[in-house]
Design a protein around this ligand. Structure first.
Ligand code: AR6
Length: 175
């Protein structure tokens, strides 16, 4: 099941929320800043353990940590690409960020997950293009897994909310 909501992802009660992180995993601004701020230091401690093992997280990949004080149980940190006019394989890398987050969730028996609109803030990925990639990757993935049952796109800005609502409406079968 795919849903869209407008709001703050740190408030959503699901098994896992996804963070639009950077390769350092040390936090930043935007949704990353909000997640670390509300979740507390336990998240950063887990990120530091991952850093000492594998040196961070590559673009398009994903790692999992505790969710600290957040209502969710886990945070899946993924790194989207910085938009550079489509010259650096950004579309594939964004699809990988969604796919690898979903795969990690499914491998950890996670049933519900919420995504922010990865790369569409500070990383400047065009919103419409990003939404199409996100929805396609999620809907394809849901046909391949029995574990994952619910995916929520949590849009912080009105523009993304409108884009996702329109695209998802078109997907619903007409009666
Ligand atoms: N809940 C849901 N979505 C949010 C929230 C929130 N609390 N706050 C912002 N957004 P961005 P990026 C939306 O910039 O483009 C960080 O510094 C926002 O409106 O957070 O992937 C990282 O450390 C936008 O639609 O992430 C990286 O350095 C979406 O989240 C860099 O930013 C993503 O915007 C990653 O940039």
């Amino acid at each position: 099941m795919i849903e869209v909501l407008k709001g703050d992802i740190t408030k959503i009660e699901v098994d896992a929320i996804v963070n639009a992180a950077n390769t350092s995993l040390l936090g930043g601004s935007g949704v990353d800043g909000a997640i670390h701020k509300v979740g507390g230091t336990a998240i950063l401690e887990d990120c530091q353990k991952i850093r000492s093992k594998q040196g961070g997280c590559k673009i398009g990949e994903a790692v999992i940590t505790t969710a600290g004080k957040l209502p969710a149980k886990f945070v899946i940190h993924t790194v989207g690409p910085v938009w550079n006019k489509g010259k650096n394989n950004e579309e594939k890398l964004l699809a990988s960020a969604y796919f690898n987050s979903l795969k990690l969730a499914s491998d950890n028996q996670i049933q519900s997950i919420s995504f922010p609109n990865i790369s569409t803030g500070i990383y400047k990925f065009p919103k419409q293009k990003a939404a199409k990639i996100a929805i396609k990757t999620v809907s394809d993935f849901l046909t391949t897994t029995a574990n994952l049952k619910k995916v929520i796109f949590v849009c912080f800005d009105e523009e993304n909310y409108k884009i996702y609502s329109e695209l998802l409406k078109k997907m619903k079968p007409r009666k």
